[in-house]
Design a protein around this ligand. Structure first.
Ligand SMILES: Nc1ncnc2c1ncn2[C@@H]1O[C@H](COP(=O)(O)OP(=O)(O)OP(=O)(O)O)[C@@H](O)[C@H]1O
Ligand SMILES: [Mg+2]
Length: 347
């Protein structure tokens, strides 16, 4: 079905651009291409996005705080409701799925109940998952205790996967790679991406675009990636602080060149995003709207980029669309995904 609403949106954008003496083609082009791509979404089948990385469970315990414990000077929370959500690489997969892509998640879980819960949630979202079970670790789980709408405590369960399991995972990856359109590496420093350098080389040999959401200070592990998407704190950790925009541009461009990334996309929270490449840097302002919950916006950005690049968009247009998708998710509480319908409304 061709979305009539999208056509109206296009018309509106075009006349707005004309009124503002803007360049209608510049504004219109990404949207026109999106329409074109969307009309062929059904005929062409889903874009296949292989997501490799640290999958985790985001667990919430909500309750009331009525008193201070007699055992220690801490509040007592009487838990009234619990919730489990897909987190980390699994949240990227959920975002890909929400945008009409087919997510295939490659990760490691422990031999425990949380591993089973994680698999169940993936199945509920129709995400194909190839999860290796490591008997020596616990499934990564972040438990937040919320009382009176406030986070009181976070408890993390995590272990690094063992060597033999990571070797098997590398074999799974090599088997799955030829059948995907784009590869995303979602790094939360939990150890699932020990072999990321070899995985990137294999993907590039097969001409697959590689998108990386990085962590840590050693970016040489991601050498040769197509797009790397640090946030401000992550980039600062590698390049050191910058004093102004020119300094940022110098530092980001140097890192991009040295690591042979085609693009470095800096996500800048309320400042939007900046894209560094061999050409002039491109900046996209954040879209002003009410902000409720910014956590997970980075996952939405990389998932949107992946689906759009898989659909044949260039990275510049994919970035503009990802900025819109991020503006949708920061305006929501709880479910941190942007659907194709919501994205159309936001364009
Ligand atoms: N306060 C905000 N107002 C408007 N847009 C925002 C805001 N915060 C985030 N965004 C949007 O989300 C994108 C990603 O945000 P950010 O740079 O905070 O990523 P992140 O730190 O990786 O997020 P997270 O790790 O919590 O998932 C931004 O580039 C912007 O488009
Ligand atoms: Mg992030």
């Amino acid at each position: 079905m061709f979305p009539a609403r999208l056509l109206r949106t296009c018309g509106d954008q075009l006349s707005q651009a004309r009124r503002r003496d803007g360049d209608p083609v510049a504004i219109f082009t990404p949207i026109a291409r999106l329409i074109f791509a969307m009309t062929s979404f059904e005929e062409n089948g889903k874009s296949k996005v292989l997501i490799v990385g640290d999958a985790m469970l985001d667990r919430y315990w909500f309750g009331e705080v009525a008193r201070i414990s007699p055992e220690a000077p801490v509040p007592v929370v009487r838990v009234e409701r619990t919730e489990d959500r897909l987190g980390g690489a699994a949240n990227v997969a959920r975002n890909v799925q929400a945008l009409g892509g087919q997510a295939l998640l490659l990760s490691v879980v422990g031999h425990d109940q949380d591993g089973v819960i994680l698999s169940g949630l993936l199945a509920d979202s129709a995400i194909k998952a190839s999860l290796r079970v490591d008997r020596q670790i616990t499934t990564t789980t972040k438990l937040r205790v919320i009382g009176r709408q406030q986070q009181l405590l976070r408890i993390d369960f995590e272990d690094k996967p063992s060597g033999p399991i990571l070797d098997l995972k590398l074999q799974d990856y090599e088997r799955l790679l030829p059948n995907c359109d784009v590869v995303v590496f979602s790094d939360y420093s939990k150890g699932c991406l020990t072999h990321v350098d070899r995985m990137i080389r294999a993907a590039r040999r097969q001409k697959k675009p590689v998108l990386v959401d990085p962590k840590g200070t050693d970016y040489s592990r991601y050498r040769g990636a197509t797009v790397v998407t640090p946030n401000r704190a992550e980039l600062r950790e590698v390049t050191g602080p910058w004093i102004d925009e020119d300094d940022l541009c110098t530092k980001a461009s140097k890192l991009r060149r040295e690591m042979a990334f085609d693009w470095l996309l800096l996500t800048r929270s309320e400042e939007g995003m900046s894209l560094f490449s061999a050409a002039e840097p491109l900046h996209e302002a954040a879209i002003a709207r009410e902000v409720f919950d910014v956590s997970g916006a980075g996952d939405t950005v990389i998932a949107t980029l992946a689906v759009m690049v898989a659909r044949g968009f260039d990275v510049e247009d994919a970035m503009r669309i990802a900025n819109r998708a991020a503006s949708v998710v920061v305006g929501k509480l709880g479910t941190a995904t942007c659907s194709l319908d919501e994205l159309q409304m936001a364009l």
